[in-house]
Design a protein around this ligand. Structure first.
Ligand code: ZN
Ligand code: ZN
Length: 265
């Protein structure tokens, strides 16, 4: 299984960057894990967006789904998606309509967002939407997906991916989360944990929703993961400091997610 970081910014983009988006490839199957603002453009650098089999959304914060909008426009209006010849394209009777696996209530949220300018069914029509529930298991080609609730400010699932292809490993994505034993248990023993490290220090008040790099390292350590990749942090945070913080708790290899980084498990 190959994972490419398309975007790793938190809720505001790095200079030239994109919010959350990870391309997972296995044996000719392509899965896009989260599709935050800026991700559609980055995806196009690596793969044809018509080849993506499924898009998986961890939760309904803007930085994890907003680029479904330009993606849906491309699927709807690109000349090669039309039933009749347009320009150089011959026309198709089978336009691509990727699966969109999204949390419960997502269809209604998408309708409200694009309904702001009267395009209510834009995302419904462009994608084959399936709302998943925590605890559910789904398959996309050879990839087996499991979802598990983690504490954030709205329903959010960590996602675990395994492959039926021999020799392939296991990849766990922590999504956005407050410190939690739930993620430690869910990710236990995984080959690679992609975990958020958003905060230079814990939130000063209110309900917690994110991790510091030291907390990310601690979660990786307690989950006995093979490799830790910290992500979802701004270019306004010192990444060397962040890695050192994570390494204080986690003794295995720690990487800092960068756009274009590729990991094999
Ligand atoms: Zn986020
Ligand atoms: Zn979030």
């Amino acid at each position: 299984m190959r994972i490419t970081v398309l975007g790793k910014s938190p809720s505001w983009q790095d200079a030239g960057g994109a919010c959350s988006g990870y391309l997972v490839e296995e044996d000719g199957t392509f899965l896009l894990l989260d599709c935050g603002n800026g991700v559609f453009s980055k995806l196009r650098r690596y793969r044809d967006y018509l080849e993506v089999d499924a898009v998986v959304i961890s939760h309904l914060h803007a930085d994890h789904f907003l680029d479904l909008i330009p993606y849906a426009y491309a699927l709807t209006y690109a000349p090669r998606q039309q039933p009749v010849p347009v320009d150089r394209w011959p026309g198709t009777r089978r336009p691509a309509r990727p699966r969109l696996l999204a949390p419960h209530g997502a269809t209604e949220t998408f309708r409200r967002v694009v309904g702001a300018w009267g395009a209510e069914d834009l995302i419904d029509n462009a994608f084959d939407i399936q709302e998943y529930a925590p605890g559910e298991e789904l398959a996309v080609g050879p990839l087996q997906l499991r979802f598990h609730t983690v504490p954030h400010w709205l329903p959010t699932c960590a996602v675990d991916l395994r492959s039926t292809v021999d020799g392939s490993g296991r990849f766990t994505y922590g999504a956005d989360t407050a410190p939690t034993e739930e993620l430690v248990t869910f990710a236990d023993g995984t080959d690679l944990l992609m975990i958020e490290a958003t905060l230079p220090r814990p939130e000063r008040g209110g309900i917690r929703g994110h991790l510091t790099p030291a907390e990310a390292g601690d979660h990786g350590s307690r989950a006995h993961v093979g490799r830790l990749v910290i992500t979802h942090f701004s270019d306004e945070m010192d990444e060397l400091w962040a890695r050192q913080e994570a390494e204080r708790a986690f003794k295995g290899p720690v990487s800092v997610a960068r756009e274009g980084s590729v990991y094999e498990v």
